[in-house]
Write a protein that binds this ligand. Structure first.
Ligand SMILES: [Zn+2]
Ligand SMILES: [Zn+2]
Length: 649
């Protein structure tokens, strides 16, 4: 009897009978693997577990709990969603249903232009559970293009997709594949899929939204249903808890509750105003950044918010970044643009004089506000706005200095992030893409220097081969916040475009002219975005050094008010931020209000304290107040916490 040879990812081989499938391989390896399997990679291509293997097959089983496995579970669940909707709304048209981060969606066109309500989600979910209970197989069908067009004749969106299939590919006239679950339900799809609907079940539909066919507002408006799906009920429950926690921490909501900032419609979308309390947090962030930059030998510059179009033509922004720019303004025969980046303006500072190698490295720093056009649909509070301030620096250095500069820059970045309470870093090193400007040898030098910096800093990193910008290799530093979410924060880039475009030079020790390296670097990225991330990371409970009010003093009764006011005066004299509320209101409700404001400390003054010069200290999150703490001792403690910028408080 003929057999086939399977090579497993660990390099071992296995003989299997002819006609064996990837699913058989999983079963032969072990029951655990067979249970976790959702699909397979055979000779590099993703296939269904049930598809027969070729004579020589490198087989990798895709399991449910992996990113790829989850993608397959999610997309398979999207098919079940489509089946449920088509059963409940006869005549509905269905468009596309891809997996997305943490879930999936499917777009529908309901008869008579109807839309889904939130109540419909429950009904659809119940029908989906029935389909899962029916253990329907996902059976793959290979079709010619014409067969596909006939099969989906009453589904215009599917027809449009099939019409887009290249007729020279696959079978004569092109081929498509479909997955059939029942006589009545079949979906156009490349696959792979789980073997049957019984493999699914840990899912939940989350919301409905409008969406345009192919994302184009000139096309039909469709109804989109979003859902999430996981490999187990536990993973689903963990995810839903995480979402709930994230909602509680949403900086847009806390921004209003804690009176930090808002987006007035009178100003326009994506443009925030900071209120006094948010202003204190922001000023503390910026002051800290200034102090650190000064200590690291940066020179501070200021540049305007507008510049002539000619500057952005020279810099190339009008060629490759025009879509991200605000529209131009005409004035006295010239065209001006709000700046989308500070770089070209800093370049002009460099060019203001003849530079010698003795001037380098020249590190220019600015808290520079930039304006970028973002579609209103993608704006997201402070995390994605149209106007924001970068803690932006550009470093001009000699080739010899590049390596040391990058290493110290990265160390600087990490020190700053740690101060804000982030400990868990991952970096991405993005290298030269296929299309690039500059000299490949210089790219290699810069990429090697970036890599060395990562290794010196001991940051775990992945290499994103070919993912650099066309003008620069770069390091992106990602952090994990208090609830495990990953955020991209700081960026370091070595630019190969602006120095030649602006013909930057320095005079070397050899008295000849050389081109400097130019590094772009933002630590916070955008101050506003970093602020938003901090609000979510701390859930609005800022550590004392950032908190708008560090301590509130409360007398137990009105006759303690004078003492409370005196304690506040003492704290303020020490440069601490304190306030008090009079004893007209019951103490309990004043303490509750202070808790809602997430203040680091609430100090209570009672009869004994007046005589002894003490306070009762309620630390945020502490279980019981400390009584009889001498005011001096508390002042020293809070000052130490603020001076060390303790992120724990
Ligand atoms: Zn599919
Ligand atoms: Zn820049």
């Amino acid at each position: 009897m003929s057999s086939l040879t399977v090579t497993l990812p660990d390099g071992s081989t296995r003989e299997m009978p002819a006609g064996a499938t990837a699913g058989d391989v999983a079963a032969a390896i072990g029951r655990g693997l067979a249970r976790a399997a959702v699909a397979a990679r055979v000779n590099g291509a993703e296939v269904d577990l049930g598809s027969p293997l070729p004579r020589r097959a490198a087989v990798e089983i895709i399991t449910a709990g992996t990113p790829k496995g989850r993608e397959i579970l999610r997309h398979s669940t999207a098919h079940v969603l489509a089946q449920a909707v088509l059963e409940l709304w006869p005549g509905a048209k269905f468009a596309i249903g891809p997996p997305i981060d943490n879930g999936f969606y499917y777009d529908f066109d309901l008869p008579g232009g109807a839309s889904f309500s939130d109540e419909d989600l429950e009904r659809i979910e119940a029908r989906m559970r029935r389909i899962v209970g029916e253990d329907q197989p996902f059976a793959r069908e290979e079709l010619t293009r014409d067969e596909g067009l006939a099969l989906f004749a009453d589904q215009p969106y599917k027809v449009e997709i099939i019409e887009g299939v290249d007729p020279t590919e696959g079978a004569a006239g092109g081929s498509v594949s479909a997955y059939r679950n029942t006589e009545r339900f079949v979906d156009l799809c490349r696959g792979p899929h789980v073997p049957s609907t019984a493999r699914l079940g840990s899912f939940k539909l989350t919301r409905v939204a409008g969406a345009y066919w192919r994302g184009d507002e000139h096309n039909a408006q469709l109804q989109r249903i979003y859902g999430t799906a996981w490999e187990s009920d536990k993973a689903l429950a963990d995810h839903l808890r995480q979402v709930e926690e994230a909602e509680k921490r949403d900086h847009r909501r806390l921004g209003v509750e804690l009176d930090l900032f808002h987006f007035p419609p009178e100003i326009g979308s994506g443009l925030a105003v900071f209120h006094p309390k948010g202003g204190i947090v922001r000023r503390c962030m910026e002051d800290y950044s200034r102090v650190e930059h000064e200590a690291a030998d940066y020179q501070f510059v200021y540049t305007p918010h507008l510049a002539k179009s000619t500057l952005f033509e020279t810099s190339g922004h009008l060629q490759w970044y025009a879509e991200g720019m605000y529209p131009p303004m005409e004035m006295e025969g010239a065209t001006y643009y709000p700046k989308p980046m500070n770089c070209p303006l800093h370049v002009l500072v460099y060019k203001a004089q003849q530079r010698s190698y003795r001037d380098l490295p020249l590190r220019l720093f600015e808290l520079g506000t930039v304006y970028r056009f973002e579609r209103s649909g993608v704006l997201h509070g402070l995390l994605r706005a149209r106007g924001f301030t970068q803690d932006d620096a550009h470093i001009f250095c000699t080739p010899d200095q590049l390596e040391a500069e990058l290493a110290s820059l990265l160390a600087f970045v990490l020190r700053l992030l740690r101060t804000f309470g982030f400990e868990d870093f991952e970096a991405e090193l993005a290298t030269r893409p296929e299309k690039y400007v500059g000299d490949p040898g210089e790219w290699d030098v810069a990429t090697a220097a970036l890599r060395l910096a990562l290794e010196a800093a001991g940051v775990p990193y992945v290499v994103a081969e070919g993912e650099g910008a066309f003008y620069a290799p770069k390091i992106d530093v990602h952090i994990r916040d208090a609830i495990g979410r990953r955020w991209q924060m700081s960026t370091l880039q070595v630019d190969f475009q602006l120095p030649p475009r602006f013909d930057l030079e320095f005079t070397g020790a050899d008295n000849a002219r050389h081109r400097p390296y130019m590094i772009h670097r933002a630590l916070f990225g955008s101050v506003e975005r970093f602020f938003g991330v901090l609000v979510e990371h701390f859930a609005g409970a800022f550590p004392a050094w950032l908190a708008p009010v560090q301590a509130r003093v409360l007398g137990v009764r009105n006759d303690h008010d004078d003492t409370a006011a005196a304690v506040v005066a003492r704290l303020r004299a020490e440069g601490l931020r304190a306030d008090w509320t009079p004893g007209d209101e019951p103490l309990g409700s004043r303490i509750r209000r202070a808790k809602l404001e997430k203040l680091p400390y609430v100090l209570v003054v009672g009869d004994d304290d007046v005589a002894a010069g003490t306070v009762g200290v309620n630390a945020r999150g502490g279980d019981r107040p400390e009584r009889g703490v001498p005011v001096d001792a508390f002042v020293a403690r809070l000052k130490a916490e603020v001076d060390t910028r303790s992120a724990a408080g």
